[in-house]
Design a protein around this ligand. Structure first.
Ligand code: T3P
Length: 118
């Protein structure tokens, strides 16, 4: 069952982003249903599913701590951080775009959790 993988994709995968600015975050966080309540922080990965999945394998990943995997190669990512102190909608975000190594958790060879990027 790949329920957790599909949930990971819904939250963190966007192959072809438009803008990667604050407006991008506001739109995407809402489209991906991360706004009731407003999620504090969420990263969108602008890579192919194939390259993201490869982080779970030796092809593009190395162990990171006990349970996580870090990507060998950087991904283009956009991290959306909630602006203001309230988690009550409407949710307004600040975007940070960059090229970063990602840290994820995998389950049976599939990404299931985004941990951090650096
Ligand atoms: P999830 O496990 O649903 O993917 O760490 C708590 C949540 O914040 C976790 O959600 C991942 C998300 N997050 C990002 O998406 N990007 C980040 O840079 C950090 C630190 C957390």
């Amino acid at each position: 069952d790949d329920y957790r993988y599909r949930h990971f994709l819904a939250q963190h995968y966007d192959a072809n982003p438009h803008g990667r600015n604050n407006k991008y975050c506001d739109t995407m966080m809402s489209k991906r249903s991360l706004t009731s309540p407003c999620k504090d922080i969420n990263t969108f990965i602008h890579g192919t599913k194939k390259n993201i999945k490869a982080v779970c394998e030796d092809k593009n990943g190395v162990p990171y701590g006990a349970n996580l995997r870090r990507s060998k190669s950087p991904f283009q990512v956009t991290t959306c951080k909630l602006r203001g102190g309230s988690n009550r909608p409407p949710c307004r975000y600040r975007a940070t775009a960059g090229s970063r190594s990602i840290v994820i958790a995998c389950e049976r060879g599939l990404p299931v959790h985004f941990d951090e990027s650096f």
